[in-house]
Design a binder for this molecule. Structure first.
Ligand code: P6P
Length: 340
């Protein structure tokens, strides 16, 4: 049997990519991997234990929290607190950022933004859910890290990744030198390298968007959807529509097969629904590192100014040529009105 490389072995091996690395980022990535395995164990048996359903609370987004949302949040925060490499955690589930004020974290230089369980509305119906994480280096050099250290542009990320709890559990991440995917082997409890050097096809035949909001989409999005649906053999249209309600699941499929995921502004989400800091920026970093593209329809996601922990953005992300086409439609039919 071919012996594959585990996540831990891979991280250590790639540490050489960072000449000044003293192992902190490696330890941080391993801490995240361990928390992912713990969360995976609960996700996989969610139907058997009292961890499904609503927790009876709501998060800062006003969304009802699932018990598994809260469990996953606690596991990742705990792993980051005990790992000693992280000084601040930003989570979708917490209104304010969490400053880790402990002896082992006093010299910590990394900030982690996380969506602990994305797509959680799908938990009770057994559709894939995911974790998304983004890692920054603090900018300040002394004293306590502050909000300024958190509100950095996506281009400043040192690493980003996601875990998809699907037909198998995978961890996919980048440190700015390509994208690699690891599949959890439950028989040994290790993530093993299964998708080395992942690349997004430049073209695809899958578009992912919640067409239930069609009436409220900008004209450019409506035009792009119609473009996807027109018969044209030369460009393999009509495309296939696939939308699960879990960004991680839709994006992972489009990573492998090629495709575009769009969550534009809608009447109920005038600034977009997805959060810039812990959903759009990390997924944009990953997709660009795999040769894809990510914008808000007009500007590169990674260059958007970050002014708020839970700020939202529209997102057009996936195969480069498909995002380019959608942006063309936006420029033509929904030109951006520059803010005064
Ligand atoms: P809608 C899940 O809540 C999420 O943040 C993404 O994972 C997903 O793509 C999107 O929202 C689904 O939103 O409005 O289509 O149900």
């Amino acid at each position: 049997m071919k012996v594959t490389k585990t996540l831990g072995q891979f991280i250590i091996e790639k540490q050489a990519d960072f000449p000044y690395a003293k192992g902190e980022l490696s330890r941080l990535l391993r801490d995240i991997g361990i928390a992912a395995k713990i969360v995976n164990r609960e996700v996989n048996k969610a139907g058997l234990v009292d961890i499904l359903g609503e927790a009876g609370t709501t998060n800062v987004q006003g969304e009802y929290q699932k018990k598994l949302d809260i469990y996953a949040n606690e596991q990742f925060i705990s792993a980051l607190q005990s790992g000693g490499e992280c000084c601040i955690v930003v989570s979708e589930e917490n209104d304010e950022y969490i400053y880790i004020d402990s002896e082992i974290s006093k010299d910590a230089k990394y900030i982690v933004a996380i969506d602990p369980l994305d797509g959680s509305s799908n938990i009770d119906v057994n559709v894939g859910v995911g974790t998304i994480f983004s890692i920054y280096r603090r900018k300040s050099v002394e004293g306590k890290a502050t909000l300024e250290d958190v509100l950095q542009r996506g281009t400043e990320q040192v690493a980003a990744g996601y875990v998809i709890y699907g037909s198998s559990t995978m961890l996919v991440y980048t440190t700015g030198k390509g994208v690699n995917g690891f599949t959890l082997d439950p028989s040994i409890g290790e993530f093993c390298l299964s998708h080395p050097e992942m690349r997004v096809p430049k073209d695809g035949m899958i578009y992912s968007i919640n067409e239930g909001y069609y009436a409220h989409f900008p004209d450019g999005v409506k035009k792009y959807i119609k473009y996807c649906q027109v018969e044209d053999d030369a460009t393999n249209r009509p495309y296939t529509s696939r939308y699960t309600g879990s960004m991680v699941a839709d994006l992972h499929r489009n990573m492998i097969k090629g495709g575009i995921f769009i969550y534009p502004i809608t009447a109920s989400a005038p600034k977009g629904k997805l959060r810039l800091v812990y959903e759009c920026n990390p997924m944009a970093f990953i997709i660009e590192q795999a040769g894809g593209k990510a914008s808000n329809g007009y500007q590169r996601i990674l260059e958007l100014e970050v002014t708020n922990l839970h700020q939202r953005s529209a997102i057009f992300i996936g195969s480069e040529n498909m995002v380019n086409k959608a942006e063309e439609m936006m420029a033509c039919f929904s030109p951006q009105v520059m803010k005064k």
